[in-house]
Design a protein around this ligand. Sequence first.
Ligand code: PLP
Length: 247
Amino acid sequence: MIEQKMDAAEADRWARLRDNLAAVRRRIEAATEAAGRQASPPELIVVTKFHPVQDIRWLASLGVTDVGENRDQEAAGKAAELDGLNLRWHFVGQLQGNKAKSVVRYAHAVHSVDRPQLAAALAKAATAEHERTGRGPLACFIQVSLDDDAGEHRGGIHAADVPALAEQLAGAEGLSLSGVMAVAPRGADPEAAFEKLAGISAALTAVHPGAGGISAGMSQDLESAIRFGATHLRIGSDILGPRPGLR
Ligand SMILES: *Cc1c(COP(=O)(O)O)cnc(C)c1O
């Protein structure tokens, strides 16, 4: 058993991850039931940014299949080191076009596509990667801004620009359009934000029926996100604790 080879600190950490993960799974289950969504529960992506690869190994041993990262250099290193675990890597952070080539090597999905130039760079890189290795299309979520202009900007394009970017992604070789992603504005009501996102998603799927993904919900607001149709939850701190160096 994995536990027997651990020292006390490791055993502690392992037990903490196990308990936190179980608690988050219970929250997800309760919210899924409350929303009447048992037939289509959301997927859990554990956001492991800033945390060591050993945590990810333990999470994988606890049944986690999908992990999220927000910096290419860190993600690329972790993905290479954990290659044997068959995890799906989700890129959830601000991404520069010149990192596209690196990201398509390990990423299953990019949740933060927020401009035409980035979509073009990802398409080019994913097509080249497909030719090189035969790997399938890169799943892309359009990150939408839900701030009104007063709020602190947390990334994403304006809702009005979603249709054009969706058209580009849907038509791009090497990419598949999965849906929309957003981060709830800080200090505002997450329910209102996720309701707005659900509306943007409905408009998108009217044109692109296969793009029904809604990547929404973090540690603080996963219940609201599930209530408004989130299909992919991105949970970090409630499973892994505070991020090292960011306290
Ligand atoms: C860090 C991060 C998360 C996880 O947030 P927590 O509050 O730690 O659950 C989710 N989404 C994005 C885009 C992130 O950068």
